[in-house]
Design a protein around this ligand. Structure first.
Ligand code: DX5
Ligand code: ZN
Length: 225
């Protein structure tokens, strides 16, 4: 079983004091820093690029940076983010022309690699590549914005994915992204996810530690295969 990890998404942080926000959320117990990259092309929003990632790394970030690329094409951004200090890079299969090549590119740049499945993206995209992945990121909202509601159909997708992963015999992690809150994190974990992205649930509250502690309390004593 994979250890449970909480990955606050800085999309909902105060960008005017981003370095401090990242420090605060790490002090509050974050395991990863989730970094949402949007290009106003693959998704209808525009956010942050490799320069910001590099600045954060120089500022000092003691937890791995989990870069979620919502950009098209992806390959140049993989290289740029790896150079900027990313530790994990995920991207959407619809956004690259040569899926296997993009996966190798992340590996060649010494980052953990993840593939992202949108709510309507079929699992068939995993057919020939699953065993090469470190993690699969299941989107439980349509990508582009923070603060949306969790789509319940994602739970079934996580369950199916968990079964497929068990069949590989490999330790491939399942990350969930979108609408994760204290009141649904337990059912998401019971379905099979082990890494939880949460943006608005954490950053929209005054006390980050209180939210993360509550999430961890919900995750106690869950039996996953
Ligand atoms: C949405 C992003 C998410 C977003 C989640 O496209 O990928 O990481 O920040 O935000 P919440 O947790 O508010 O749904
Ligand atoms: Zn994300």
């Amino acid at each position: 079983m994979q250890p449970f990890q909480i990955a606050p998404s800085i999309l909902s942080a105060n960008f005017a004091k981003l370095g401090q926000e990242v420090e605060d959320v790490i002090a509050a117990g974050a395991d990863l820093i989730h970094f949402d990259v949007m290009d106003n092309h693959y998704v209808p929003n525009l956010t942050i690029g490799p320069l910001i990632c590099e600045s954060l790394v120089k500022h000092g970030v003691s937890k791995p940076i989990d870069v979620h690329l919502m950009v098209e094409p992806v390959d140049q951004m993989i290289v740029d983010f790896a150079k900027a200090g990313a530790n994990r890079i995920s991207f959407h299969p619809e956004a690259t022309r040569h899926l296997d090549r993009s996966i190798q590119l992340v590996r060649d740049n010494d980052c953990k690699v993840g593939l992202v499945l949108n709510p309507a993206t079929p699992m068939a995209y995993l057919d020939y590549v699953l065993e090469q992945l470190d993690f699969v990121l299941v989107m439980s909202v349509n990508p582009g914005f923070g603060g949306q509601s969790f789509l319940p159909s994602s739970l079934d997708k996580i369950r199916q994915l968990k079964q497929r992963i068990l069949q590989t015999g490999k330790s491939i992690s399942i990350e969930i992204d979108g609408g994760v809150k204290v009141d649904n994190i337990r059912s998401i974990a019971q379905a099979g996810a082990d890494t939880f992205v949460a943006g608005s649930a954490i950053f929209n509250q005054p006390d980050y530690k209180q939210v993360i502690d509550q999430m961890r309390a919900e995750l106690r004593d869950i039996n996953q295969a």
